[in-house]
Ligand binder design. Structure first.
Ligand SMILES: *[C@@H]1O[C@H](CO)[C@@H](O)[C@H](O)[C@H]1NC(C)=O
Ligand SMILES: *[C@@H]1O[C@H](CO)[C@@H](O)[C@H](O)[C@H]1NC(C)=O
Ligand SMILES: *[C@@H]1O[C@H](CO)[C@@H](O)[C@H](O)[C@H]1NC(C)=O
Ligand SMILES: *[C@@H]1O[C@H](CO)[C@@H](O)[C@H](O)[C@H]1NC(C)=O
Ligand SMILES: *[C@@H]1O[C@H](CO)[C@@H](O)[C@H](O)[C@H]1NC(C)=O
Ligand SMILES: [Ca+2]
Length: 603
C-alpha cells in the first residue's frame, strides 16, 4: 500500500476527503496486489518499494550487504534559478536563446507538470525540508531581512540527510531562509561550505543589498563571515560559477558530492555584462532585452558547469536537476505566457515551473515527464537516490518520484497543497457562506487534486501578459496585458488544469460538489497546520550595527555561551574595520570599479 495514500487516509480520516482519490486508490491497491503476486514479496522497482516502509527497510539491509562494493551514490547537482518564468526557456517557445538548457533538457527528461511555490523563501523551504509551508510555519510571504525568523531548526534539511549518507555538501548562491542567529546559517543547516548571499535581489556586482531606506549592507558570505577577501566585484552569475567549478576541481570525484547551486539570476535588478546584450538588440522592450541577456549568461554558466563536471570526472555518475524557484515577474522582463498571473500569485504563472533532469543515469532519456511533480518531492527523491534514510515519522509531504522521472512509471502523487495562508485574507467578499460553511473563502489557499485546482481568497495579480512586442520607442519601458473581466467579488475558482492550463474557464458554479469536496480537503489540511511564524521587524537587524554586513544579529545567543559571543564581537569589530577602510577608500575617490557600478545600479 502506498505510504502516502495511507497518510492521506490516516491523517484525513474523513471519508469525504478520500472520495476524490478513491478510484485511484482502488486501482493502485489492485496494482500493488498484482505486483506482489507477480514479482514476489519484494517489488522490483524502487517506486513501488517506496510505497511500503517494510520493503524500504529490507532494501536498506540488502544495501548494507553490498557495502564492500564501490559507492554507487550519484553526485547531485541541484541548480535553482531565481524567478525564471515558464516561457523564459528556449524549449518553451521563448525568443530567449538557451541552447545549453535546451540541449540538457532534450537529452534528459523535461518535467512538464512541475510545480514550485510562488516566492523565494517558500520554494526554498520546501526544497530543503520536503514539507509544505503549513508544516514549517512559513506559510506567509517570505522571510524578510529584518525579521528574527528562519527555517525552523527543528526541521531536518536535505543537505543534513545527504551528509548523514556520506555526501560532501556545498552551497553556492542565494539562501533566503533566514539568518537572524548563527544557528540559521547554511553551514549550520547541513552544508559543509557556503559561498553566496543570505538575501536576494542585491546588486549583482557589489553584492550590496538595501531593504528599505537606511537598511543597506553587504551580502556576500564565505561560510559565516563576510567575504570581503574573496570578492572581486564580479557579476554574480560568473562569480558563483567560478566558485562551483573550483569546488568540482578540488573535490575527489570518488566521494559523493551534493552541490546546491542557487543562482541569483535572473531576479531583478536587471543587470548584465554588456556582451550578453548584443544578441538581443531586436527586442524593443528594454526590460525584456536585459532580462533575456541575463538568461543567456545563465545558460552559458550552466554550460561551463557541465564542462567542469566532465573535465573533473563527475559527469557519468551525476544527477543534475534544474529548476526555477517561482514564476516570472513581467514587470521586470519575465514571462509566463500563456499561463495566467505572475510570480507571487497562485495562478499557474506563479507556480508552474521550468524544470528538467539531466543524467547519464536516467533509464529513459529524451522524454517529457507529465507526472504531477512538486518541489517537495526532491527531498525524498534525492535522499533515496543518495542512499540516505527516511523515517516514517518524518511525515514528508513529498514523494520519491525518481521512477516516474527516470522510467516513466506511475508515481503516487495525486494532489498538491499549493498553500494555505491564514494571514492573507484580502478577499473582501470571502466568507464561510461562500465556502458552503466548510471553509472561509477570505483565506488565500490553493489546492490541486488530479485534474482539478481550487483557489480561494485573493490569488494575486490575475492577468495574462502576452510576449512584449512593442516597436514604438515611447513604449519601450512599458508592458501590456490582457485584463480579465472578472467579478471583483469572487473568492472561489475551480479549473480543470489538464484541459484548461491557462485558467480561462472557472467551473466552480458548474461543479459545486467538487468545490465542496476540495474545500473539505483544505479544512483537513488546515487541521495539520502549525502556527504561522511571521515576527515583527527587529531594528537590531540593521547592517549598520553589524559592521555594514547583513548577518546574524540576534543577541539572545550571547546567553548560550559568553566566550563564543566575545569571539563573534571581535570578528564583527574586524569586519567593521574593513568596511570602514573600504568606505574611506571609496569616498576618497577609490579606483575600485565595483563602486562605480554600485552608483550606476544603486538599489
Ligand atoms: C518544523 O518546525 C516547526 C517549528 O518548530 C514545527 O512546529 C514543525 O512540527 C516542524 N515540522 C516538521 C515536519 O519537522
Ligand atoms: C564560461 O567560461 C568561459 C571560458 O572560461 C568564460 O569566458 C565565461 O565568462 C564563462 N561564463 C560564465 C557565465 O561562467
Ligand atoms: C484553520 O486552523 C486554525 C487553527 O487550528 C483555525 O483557527 C482556523 O479557524 C482554521 N481555518 C479554517 C478556515 O478552517
Ligand atoms: C460582494 O459583496 C457585495 C456587498 O456585500 C455584494 O453586493 C456583491 O454581490 C458580492 N459579490 C459577490 C460575487 O458575491
Ligand atoms: C478534465 O480534463 C481532462 C483532459 O481534457 C479530461 O480527461 C477530464 O475528463 C476532464 N474532467 C472533467 C470533469 O471534465
Ligand atoms: Ca524567486
Amino acid at each position: 500500500m502506498n505510504n502516502a495514500t495511507i497518510n492521506v487516509i490516516v491523517r484525513f480520516g474523513d471519508v469525504a476527503a478520500a472520495v476524490m482519490a478513491r478510484k485511484t486508490i482502488t486501482k493502485m491497491l489492485f496494482l500493488w496486489l498484482l505486483l506482489n503476486v507477480l514479482l514476489g514479496y519484494v517489488a522490483q522497482t524502487r517506486c513501488y518499494q517506496q510505497m511500503s516502509w517494510e520493503n524500504w527497510d529490507a532494501n536498506s539491509q540488502n544495501r548494507e550487504n553490498e557495502l564492500d562494493k564501490p559507492s554507487t551514490q550519484p553526485h547531485i547537482i541541484f541548480i535553482l534559478v531565481d524567478d525564471q518564468g515558464f516561457r523564459d526557456v528556449g524549449y518553451h517557445g521563448s525568443e530567449i536563446k538557451t541552447p545549453t538548457l535546451d540541449r540538457l533538457a532534450a537529452e534528459g527528461v523535461k518535467l512538464e507538470n512541475y510545480y514550485v511555490q510562488p516566492l523565494c523563501s517558500p520554494s526554498r523551504s520546501q526544497l530543503m525540508t520536503g514539507r509544505y509551508q503549513i508544516h514549517t510555519g512559513l506559510q506567509h510571504s517570505i522571510i524578510r531581512a529584518t525579521q528574527p525568523n528562519c527555517l525552523p531548526l527543528e526541521n531536518v534539511t536535505l543537505p543534513q540527510k545527504l551528509k548523514a549518507a556520506g555526501y560532501d555538501t556545498h552551497m553556492v548562491g542565494k539562501w533566503h531562509l533566514g539568518f537572524y542567529k548563527r544557528g540559521c546559517m547554511p553551514t549550520q543547516r547541513g552544508f559543509d561550505t557556503f559561498f553566496g548571499s543570505l538575501l536576494g535581489s542585491g546588486d549583482y556586482y557589489s553584492h550590496y543589498k538595501c531593504d528599505g531606506a537606511g537598511m543597506c549592507g553587504y551580502d556576500l558570505h564565505e561560510g559565516e563571515e563576510a567575504a570581503w577577501e574573496q570578492d572581486l566585484g564580479l557579476y554574480s552569475t560568473l562569480m558563483f560559477t567560478q566558485k562551483a567549478v573550483s569546488i568540482l576541481e578540488n573535490h575527489d570525484p570518488r566521494r559523493p558530492l551534493f552541490l546546491y547551486m542557487a543562482y541569483q539570476a535572473v531576479h531583478s535588478p536587471l543587470q548584465v555584462p554588456e556582451r550578453y546584450l548584443e544578441r538581443y538588440k531586436s527586442i524593443p522592450n528594454i526590460y525584456r532585452r536585459k532580462y533575456a541577456a541575463m538568461v543567456s549568461c545563465l545558460d552559458e554558466a550552466v554550460h561551463n558547469l557541465t564542462l567542469a563536471l566532465k573535465r573533473y570526472g563527475y559527469y557519468d555518475n551525476t544527477v543534475l536537476v534544474y529548476s526555477s524557484d517561482n514564476g516570472g515577474q513581467p514587470l521586470v522582463g519575465g514571462s509566463n505566457w500563456p499561463l495566467r498571473g505572475s510570480k507571487a500569485t497562485y495562478w499557474e504563472g506563479g507556480i508552474r515551473a521550468v524544470g528538467f533532469v539531466h543524467s547519464p543515469l536516467l533509464v529513459k532519456k529524451r522524454t517529457k515527464c507529465r507526472a504531477l511533480i512538486h518541489i517537495t518531492d526532491w527531498f525524498p527523491t534525492l535522499v533515496t537516490l543518495g542512499e540516505g534514510t527516511l523515517d516514517e515519522d518524518m511525515n514528508l509531504d513529498g514523494y520519491d518520484v525518481w521512477e516516474a522521472i527516470s522510467e516513466g512509471r506511475r508515481c503516487p502523487r495525486q494532489d498538491i497543497l499549493h498553500n494555505i495562508d491564514p494571514m492573507y485574507v484580502k478577499a473582501k467578499n470571502g466568507s464561510w457562506k461562500a465556502g458552503y460553511g466548510l471553509w472561509n473563502t477570505a483565506i488565500r489557499a490553493a489546492l490541486r487534486v488530479g485534474h482539478w485546482k481550487l483557489l480561494t481568497g485573493n490569488p494575486g495579480y490575475s492577468d495574462w501578459v502576452p510576449p512584449q512586442t512593442f516597436s514604438n520607442q515611447m513604449l519601450t519601458k512599458r508592458w501590456h496585458n490582457e485584463r480579465v473581466n472578472w467579478d471583483r467579488g469572487k473568492s472561489v475558482w475551480l479549473f480543470n488544469i489538464t484541459a484548461d492550463p491557462y485558467e480561462r474557464t472557472d467551473l466552480s458554479q458548474r461543479y459545486p460538489l467538487i468545490v465542496k469536496k476540495m474545500l473539505m480537503r483544505l479544512a483537513q489540511y488546515n487541521r495539520t497546520a502549525v502556527p504561522v511564524r511571521y515576527p515583527a521587524k527587529d531594528l537590531r537587524s540593521n547592517p549598520q550595527y553589524n559592521g555594514g554586513v547583513w548577518g546574524p544579529w540576534y543577541k539572545e545567543e550571547k546567553r548560550e555561551g559568553e566566550r563564543e559571543g566575545e569571539h563573534r564581537n571581535r570578528e564583527t569589530g574586524r569586519s567593521r574595520q574593513r568596511y570602514t577602510d573600504r568606505k574611506r577608500e571609496e569616498l576618497e575617490g577609490g579606483k575600485r570599479e565595483i563602486y562605480q557600478r554600485v552608483r550606476e545600479h544603486s538599489c
